[in-house]
Design a protein around this ligand. Structure first.
Ligand SMILES: C[S@@+](CC[C@H](N)C(=O)[O-])C[C@H]1O[C@@H](n2cnc3c(N)ncnc32)[C@H](O)[C@@H]1O
Length: 252
């Protein structure tokens, strides 16, 4: 019998999960940016801006994994230009529709030089060992089928001294009052917004369920250590609604 994995709260055949995830993002690609603003009341912009403070040098070789519609790359690009630096960013995503929506958006903003768009699976990156100074992944890793494989790939493509940065939805501690409110909001209101604004309840229900199934901050930190990252740490954002995990590839 084939191995089962979680797709939201449902268990599905392991080899079917990625195509189900791809369908979700194909469905939401054209409305993705607008829905991010609606569902987070614009707070995702603040979280993404905080991620920028983890980058010391915007001219380094950076891969934006699960880069989707390019929100993270756009910010990196703008910081590089502001600092008189040349960006060198690879936006990598498994979903053509998300990637093309992002490409059009960035081209319309006049962002041309120093960006490349590559379609593929983060669990099997088509890049040589030690290719990048930064591996960044925002709101992408919880959608991947095998986290351990994705982290091993992140380690492989980073140069020695390279930095791993992951912004992902996470978990508010249960004793926090906000946890109850957030549960109500995410389990009921997000699917409602999905239906009402994007006419797509199921995709947004999956997004919420995938957040619930993602490992806790501490568990994910242990996974980073197991994948070989050093100096790992995490910072909670908005009481743990999100967390930024970081680590370095260092030979010891
Ligand atoms: C929630 S979006 C995040 C987009 C963008 N990083 C942001 O912060 O707005 C998640 C992205 O992960 C991508 N994705 C899911 N599984 C992937 C995989 N195995 N390899 C690469 N990208 C993947 C999806 O196609 C989607 O574009």
């Amino acid at each position: 019998m084939s191995e089962k994995v979680f797709f939201g709260f449902k268990k599905v055949d392991k080899d079917k999960k990625q195509s189900l995830v791809n369908d979700i993002f194909s469905n939401v690609a054209s409305k993705y940016d607008m829905m991010n603003d609606v569902m987070s009341f614009g707070i995702h912009r603040y979280w993404k801006n905080i991620l920028m403070s983890e980058i010391d040098d915007f001219s380094k070789k950076i891969i934006d994994v699960a880069g989707g519609t390019g929100d993270i790359s756009q910010r990196i690009y703008q910081h590089a230009i502001k600092n008189d630096q040349n960006p060198d960013i690879t936006i990598f995503d498994i979903n053509q529709e998300m990637l093309m929506t992002g490409r059009d958006k960035l081209l319309n903003k006049g962002m041309l030089k120093g960006l490349s768009f590559v379609c593929g699976n983060a669990e099997n990156l088509p890049f040589a060992d030690e290719s990048f100074d930064y591996y960044i992944c925002a709101f992408g890793i919880r959608n991947m089928t095998n986290l351990t494989t994705a982290l091993t790939e992140a380690q492989r493509v980073l140069k020695k001294g390279g930095k791993f940065i992951c912004l992902e939805f996470s978990h508010i501690s249960n004793d926090n009052m906000m946890s109850k409110l957030y549960d109500i909001y995410s389990m009921h209101l997000i699917p409602f917004f999905g239906e009402f604004v994007a006419n797509d309840r199921e995709s947004y229900k999956y997004l919420v369920e995938s957040i619930k199934k993602f490992p806790t901050q501490r568990k994910f930190l242990e996974m980073l250590k197991d994948a070989g990252f050093n100096q790992v740490k995490y910072d909670n954002l908005t009481c743990g609604v999100c967390a930024i995990h970081t680590g370095y590839k260092i030979d010891v």
